[in-house]
Design a protein around this ligand. Structure first.
Ligand code: EPU
Length: 295
């Protein structure tokens, strides 16, 4: 474990301070040991993947950060059934590389990942997706580490995937995903490219290439958080170096020099505006490292 480790360059908002202890395990066994030692030491524990959906607090977090970036092995096999391929990937494998691999080999099913940053583990944990498509139909099994120090393989049958929630984010004592098996089918490259174009077109109004953490809030049932934030007049609102994106109101950009505190104040200001506008309390999609006062 490393002490007093800076987190600013490890998240896409490029904000936040350091953590008191940092570990980047190379295997599920090492991850399990790091989890056990932080639990035994009574330390707060955060799991860091690609850092593309988190807000890290300013100052020093008295916490262990366990980074999955070195759990990045990948194995491809052809199942005996001859039906497509089975991909075994570590949680730290980058989503963009996985999608590129699928395109190159004409494996269909992952096109929904177009424009999504981060790691496979993070994308699974947040059940990343677009227009109702996500990992659920592709997952064969998922390996996790839990608070009791167990490494467990979960078969896909019976795993319940909800909007922006994986089957473990509720309460199964699971601390992190360490790897997963995905089954992909062969598909014509032209069809894959066409679907990539479709998913890319859904993002044409998003501020890609800016310092953001994707959508800040979950969509409320039957509506879009971005639409409500826009209608409530949030676009262009600023706190310090943080600004609500003029492109899409559910994105907050770090325009340079924003602190984590700026971003959080702006988020809360937006939530308040939406509440006053239509009575909806938006729920955060991002995850927090550190203490932030949300209700
Ligand atoms: N809209 C506005 N103003 C805005 C933003 C959106 O009026 O500032 C309107 C749009 O015109 C559209 C509706 O709201 O009529 C929906 O907007 P959009 O198509 O951009 O989709 P979204 O609901 O805002 C969701 C996901 C995105 C995903 C896109 C495309 C959530 C919270 N957001 O956005 O996911 O990329 O669909 O599929 O589920 C993310 O989760 O980080 C994320 C970016």
């Amino acid at each position: 474990m490393l002490r007093n480790y800076p987190l600013k360059t490890l998240n896409t908002w490029n904000v936040g301070g350091s953590c008191s202890l940092y570990s980047a395990p190379l295997s599920a066994l090492e991850a399990r040991d790091a989890v056990a030692s932080s639990i035994n030491g009574g330390e707060k524990l955060y799991i860091l993947g690609g850092g593309s959906n988190i807000l890290v607090g300013d100052g020093e977090l008295s916490a262990v950060v366990l980074h999955t970036n070195r759990l990045d092995d990948i194995k491809i096999s052809n199942p005996a059934s001859g039906n497509g391929v089975l991909i075994e990937t570590g949680a730290g494998y980058p989503v963009k590389k996985l999608l590129a691999l699928a395109i190159e080999n004409s494996w269909g099913g992952l096109e929904f990942l177009t424009g999504i940053p981060g790691t496979v583990g993070g994308a699974l944990w947040g059940n990343a997706g677009a227009r109702g498509e996500g990992f659920a139909p592709l997952v064969e099994s998922v390996e996790t580490v839990d608070t009791g120090g167990n490494i467990r393989m979960w078969n896909a049958n019976g795993l319940d995937w909800k909007y922006r929630e994986c089957p473990f984010s509720a309460d199964k004592g699971v601390v992190l995903i360490t790897r997963c098996f995905l089954r992909l089918s062969a598909a014509p490259k032209s069809a894959i490219i066409e679907r990539i174009g479709y998913f890319a077109s859904l993002k044409k109004n998003q501020p890609l290439g800016r310092k953001t953490a994707g959508c800040v809030f979950k969509n409320p049932d039957g509506d879009s958080a971005g639409r409500l934030l826009d209608a409530a007049g949030c676009k262009g609102l600023r706190v310090g170096g943080a600004i609500v994106s003029p492109n899409h109101a559910n994105f907050i950009e770090n325009n340079g020099g924003a602190t984590s505190g700026d971003i959080f104040s702006l988020c809360e200001k937006c939530r308040e505006r939406v509440f006053l506008y239509c009575g909806v309390r938006l729920e955060y999609e991002i995850h927090f490292f550190g203490t932030f006062k949300t209700d």
